[in-house]
Design a protein around this ligand. Structure first.
Ligand SMILES: [Zn+2]
Length: 68
């Protein structure tokens, strides 16, 4: 079983987001408990997820669909 933790995401624009590993809610701060599902957080895990790239991929895919 994985312990609940914050997944720290850094956007290319410098904005930092903490995402609950349990419910997926995102916040500006790493709270002791998730305000959404109330789980107690053990740690913050820096996960250099390329948020912008996912968004860009989405946009690209969306554009492709729009083109057709
Ligand atoms: Zn949560």
């Amino acid at each position: 079983m994985r312990k609940p933790h914050w997944i720290m995401k850094e956007h290319l624009c410098g904005q930092i987001e903490y995402v609950c590993s349990r419910c997926g809610a995102a916040f500006d701060n790493a709270w002791e408990e998730c305000p959404e599902c109330g789980v107690k957080m053990k740690k913050v895990k820096y996960d250099p997820i390329l948020v912008e790239e996912y968004e860009m991929l989405d946009i690209l895919l969306g554009d492709d669909e729009d083109d057709w």
